[in-house]
Design a protein around this ligand. Structure first.
Ligand code: TXA
Ligand code: MG
Length: 327
């Protein structure tokens, strides 16, 4: 495919995208987490087109997006009580459930696995398309393999030029980080990917303890190696290390006032310095756009101030570890 990515909008965009999805094409759509590259999850050729467009190995499983929890029995062989509790509490929203797949579900979408990841996105554009098409839509983040996930339609159009035909512009994503993934196929539910729904919130909804990646060490296929990387080398540094003037071309991503004071003499706000909110949800919402923006400067290094280590920062810290290649 050559040329520019068409940016679709409004009602007409929903109509046009639905028509193309039913025809087996893949189209980028907004979700509340990041933009996704969607295709008919029940059509192996359409699913294959997603892998080709992303340049992603076909053994990396995809998330299937559903209109509501009522569709779970069409995709999962058994729906445990925990799944109903979590969908009641968090769907539609940024939570993905890992369940045993139904035998009728093609393994193209699960990367050959017998488990399936499912979620109901809350973005109104994605919901309208799920309703109009009646399909389950497989949708990984709408970026090339290992690159940063997009949180605006412009980032999709830039990163996927020549690889997809269209994106619907649904505005900047509300959360800006990928969904939390929880594995419900084991005795103790386990968070496989930290995200907007925290472990504490999951434990409260389930009334049971939930393990996290730090303490169970499960390797998620397609989620093990370096991921979510900008072009520049990303290095995480302590606030105190920021006061040293750099030798090469460098950009800065900070959150604390102490860091702002440390770099004041050589970094320029609005140019090579971005100051993100000191609050984890707002920091997470802005993170990928900030990295995309700093990457546009063609700098060699992005120095990222370490963020706090308490649990509310888990999703942000997970993505920063991976972006730095230390994940
Ligand atoms: O927020 C999100 O989840 C976004 C939006 C578009 O919905 N999607 C997303 O998809 O982040 P993707 O493909 O970039 O990441 C999906 C993750 C991968 O790490 C994959 O390994 C894991 O989900 N996954 C999917 N199916 C799985 C399975 N059957 N077993 C284990 N991991 C699975
Ligand atoms: Mg991704």
């Amino acid at each position: 495919m050559t040329g520019q990515v068409q940016i679709l909008r409004g009602e007409e965009g929903v109509e046009e995208a639905s028509r193309r999805l039913i025809n087996g094409e893949c189209i980028a759509l907004p979700t509340e987490t990041v933009y996704g590259l969607a295709a008919d999850a029940g059509n192996p050729a359409a699913v294959k087109a997603i892998f080709t467009a992303k340049g992603r190995p076909t053994d990396h499983p995809l998330i299937v997006h559903l209109a509501s929890a009522a569709q779970l029995p069409e995709w999962a062989s058994e729906v445990p009580k925990s799944a109903w509790q979590l969908t009641e509490a968090f769907w539609p929203g940024p939570l993905t459930l890992l369940l045993h797949k139904k035998s009728t579900v093609t393994t193209h979408v699960t990367g050959g696995l017998e488990t399936i990841a499912v979620r109901a996105p809350s973005h109104p554009v994605f919901q309208a398309i799920l309703e109009k098409t009646g399909l389950g839509l497989a949708a990984p983040s709408a970026n090339r393999y290992k690159k940063l996930s997009p949180t605006t339609a412009e980032q999709v159009a830039h990163g996927m030029a020549g690889r997809i035909s269209a994106v619907i512009d649904g505005g900047p994503c509300e959360f800006g980080l990928e969904s939390t993934i929880i594995d419900l196929t084991r005795t103790t539910p386990a968070v496989l990917r930290a995200g907007p729904v925290t472990r504490a919130a999951l434990e409260e909804a389930l009334g049971q303890s939930v393990s996290t990646p730090e303490n169970h060490g499960i390797a998620v296929p397609g989620n093990v190696e370096a991921h979510y990387q900008p072009e520049a080398r990303l290095q995480r540094v302590q606030t105190s290390e920021l006061g040293i003037a750099p030798e090469d071309s460098t950009a800065y991503l900070i959150w604390s006032d102490a860091a702002a004071a440390a770099v004041a003499d050589f970094a320029k706000a609005g140019e090579n310095l971005l100051h993100l909110p000191a609050e984890p949800e707002r920091y997470g919402q802005a993170l990928y756009t900030a990295l995309h923006q700093l990457d546009q400067l063609d700098v060699q290094t992005i120095l990222v101030e370490f963020t706090p280590t308490d649990e509310s920062w888990a999703a942000v810290n997970d993505r920063l570890r991976r972006a730095a290649g230390t994940g």
